[in-house]
Design a protein around this ligand. Structure first.
Ligand SMILES: NC(=O)c1ccc[n+]([C@@H]2O[C@H](COP(=O)([O-])OP(=O)(O)OC[C@H]3O[C@@H](n4cnc5c(N)ncnc54)[C@H](O)[C@@H]3O)[C@@H](O)[C@H]2O)c1
Length: 347
């Protein structure tokens, strides 16, 4: 009998990490999760992931949790050296665009330095194992806002036919406003590509649109749909910042992110970069999302509208999925918007 494969998942109590733990555990892998619940430190009690870790402990078979900080370089090097995983999924981060300005050192140390620690640990311990990095569409800064838009009744949309499919990976990433979060993720994204090209390692940067699902510990500063559902359910006031609530996001369910992890593990490439979101079919504006949750949950949301938009916020962002689909035709989204909203409403 062959030994089971091993995957190391960072951010394993978070939205994407916990879905990855469940996904690979269910497929017979040995799973090592790394998470120090820093989400609670970043976002307060709403961000606490303890419930999710406990759920994983109850529902998985081959999962070991390591409450390790990815900034702890020696510990990260030792962990990789001990387990030499067949796959590394790096999804631990300070994930908030807005929080980064208040915690610039933590943001950079976690997002950029933590990624370097993991890359170097992987290179030393298991350089042929695919390394998957959860990057973000914020690496494009506010460049997507340069696209001409039309204003429709409930959303903005791209004005030109050539922009219809959304933002492609060829979008410029410099000479623009990123937020400190976007800048620390650019540093990590470029490092992941460099380890691919320079050391010929199978790495991929997945530049996420809105990643979502019922395992998100939604907080006001991060986890758009999960927090919107929570506010609707619990009668909390919800603030919409600027753009008349017509800003558009494309949403991908965390399960569909994991099916791509597996697709990449099966056919890895060197220094790959993909936009990974729900695409046009799974795009919603704030106004449309509020309307959907109000109908599903059966309560009216107390919306407070703030004129000023968040600094550098995208007005209309849809991930162009043509590159990822061309390279991995066997992968596709299984969740549409209806199912995603239903699951989050019921969480
Ligand atoms: N959620 C989104 O909409 C979205 C969009 C684009 C990109 N991303 C990226 O995807 C990745 C996963 O996002 P998510 O929504 O699952 O975030 P999340 O906050 O739910 O999960 C991240 C986890 O990392 C852990 N963590 C933070 N700092 C750590 C540290 N120093 N050491 C160990 N663990 C630490 C947190 O406790 C948390 O559980 C992140 O890299 C994020 O930037 C997310």
């Amino acid at each position: 009998m062959t030994a089971p494969r091993t995957v190391l998942v960072t951010g394993s109590s978070g939205l994407i990490g916990s879905e990855a733990v469940t996904y690979f555990d269910a497929r017979g892998w040995v799973v090592h999760g790394v998470d120090n619940n820093m989400r609670r430190d970043f976002f307060g009690p709403d961000g606490d992931t303890t419930w999710n870790l406990e759920r994983l402990r109850r529902t998985t078979r081959r999962f070991t949790h390591h409450p390790l900080d990815i900034r702890a370089r020696e510990a990260v090097l030792a962990l990789l050296a001990e387990h030499r995983p067949n796959l590394v999924i790096h999804s631990a981060s300070q994930p908030s665009h807005d929080l980064a300005k208040d915690r610039p050192f933590d943001d950079f140390d976690v997002n950029a330095v933590g990624t370097l620690n993991l890359l170097e640990a992987t290179r030393r311990a298991c350089p042929t194992s695919p390394f998957v990095f959860m990057s973000t569409n914020k690496v494009y800064g506010d460049v997507p806002n340069e696209r001409p838009l039309v204003e429709l009744e409930t959303r903005f949309d791209y004005a030109r036919p050539e922009d219809h499919e959304g933002i492609a990976e060829t979008c410029r990433i410099d000479a623009c406003l990123h937020s400190l979060f976007g800048a620390s993720k650019v540093a990590a994204d470029v490092l992941v590509q460099e380890y691919g090209r320079y050391f010929d390692m199978p790495t991929v940067c997945l530049r996420g649109g809105c990643l979502t699902g019922p395992r998100c510990s939604g907080a006001e500063l991060h986890g758009f749909l999960a927090y919107l559902a929570r506010a609707t359910r619990e009668g909390r006031p919800y603030r919409i910042y600027g753009y008349k609530g017509k800003q558009v996001r494309d949403n991908i369910h965390s399960f569909d992110v994991c099916t791509f992890f597996e697709a990449f593990w099966r056919r890895p490439r060197v220094a790959a970069v993909y936009n990974l979101g729900g695409g046009r079919a799974n795009s919603v504006s704030m106004l449309e999302a509020v309307d959907r949750f109000e109908r599903l949950i059966g309560k009216k949301l107390q919306v407070e509208y703030v004129d000023q938009n968040r600094v550098g916020d995208h007005i209309c962002y849809i991930s162009d999925l043509r590159r990822i689909r061309a390279d991995y035709p066997e992968w596709d989204l299984q969740y549409g918007l209806d199912r995603t909203f239903e699951e989050i409403s019921a969480a």
